[in-house]
Design a protein around this ligand. Structure first.
Ligand SMILES: [Zn+2]
Ligand SMILES: [Zn+2]
Length: 255
């Protein structure tokens, strides 16, 4: 496993830079949510989430995220992973299961990489938010099992299996992978405790002891998906740069 080349992972962090994180796989799905909770929580028109298996996010900053439990109007409780210094919420435990983390896309370094695959609670969308004609939308929440790509549903299933296994073996949840998620900044006991209760904070390789072939297969697959997205983004950024320079050269006299 140690011979595996580094995953070309996406990084992100809070506003002040104290808390940093890394995604170790390509996200499972990306959605924009226009629900009233999201509007209130963000003070904005919608939120944008990239869902990923919980154990594919690790803290890489000097200080681990602070975990805050918050209740939604629906009665569900989420854990928010925040910066204690600047208050940025970087991810929450997901809508679908405790196995997912919903990354707040704006906190990623390359946020523009993420396009929503679905727009939900469209009935609350502000009129001035105009979506592309081919955008997938739904009223209320969508069913991930029928909406996500099959590969993503499978990945989540595998993650749920990992949780189940860990539940049966709960005495072993203090493994290295948990420390990896909380990283060096173990000073903040709050985080450690919360992560311990979240079995998915364990890295799959550590616990599941994948054989090399299976690990390699998963590694290559996630790398391929991410690489595709990165290439797509690069193309887009190049196009945008070109447009910008075209515009600025034709509109130069305005100064
Ligand atoms: Zn911060
Ligand atoms: Zn929402």
């Amino acid at each position: 496993m140690s011979t595996a080349k580094p995953f070309p992972s996406l990084k992100g962090g809070c506003f002040c830079g104290l808390v940093r994180y890394r995604l170790h796989s390509a996200p499972l799905f990306c959605h924009a949510c226009y629900c009233l909770d999201c509007q209130k929580l963000t003070g904005s028109a919608f939120s944008l989430f990239a869902s990923i298996e919980f154990d594919r996010v690790t803290s890489i900053g000097a200080v681990p995220p602070k975990v805050v439990a918050t209740s939604r109007k629906s009665g569900s409780v989420r854990q928010e992973f925040t910066c204690a210094e600047c208050g940025t919420v970087m991810w929450t435990t997901g809508d679908w299961s405790p196995a997912t983390a919903d990354i707040r896309v704006g906190t990623l370094e390359m946020a523009r990489l993420m396009e929503p695959d679905m727009h939900c609670y469209i009935e609350n969308k502000f009129d001035w938010v105009v979506l592309p004609a081919d955008a997938r939308t739904c009223k209320g929440q969508y069913d991930f099992k029928t909406t996500w790509p099959k590969d993503s549903v499978k990945r989540l299933d595998e993650c749920m299996d990992r949780i189940e296994k860990m539940g049966k073996d709960s005495t072993a949840t203090n493994g290295d992978a948990t420390k990896q998620t909380a990283t060096e900044g173990d000073a903040d006991g709050e985080v450690d405790g919360a992560l311990d209760k979240t079995p998915t904070a364990q890295s799959p390789e550590e616990k599941e002891e994948l054989d090399d072939e299976e690990f390699e297969r998963r590694f290559n697959e996630t790398e391929r998906v991410l690489q595709e997205r990165l290439e797509k983004l690069t193309l887009k950024l190049n196009e945008q740069d070109k447009e910008t320079s075209d515009q600025s050269s034709s509109a130069a006299p305005d100064g």
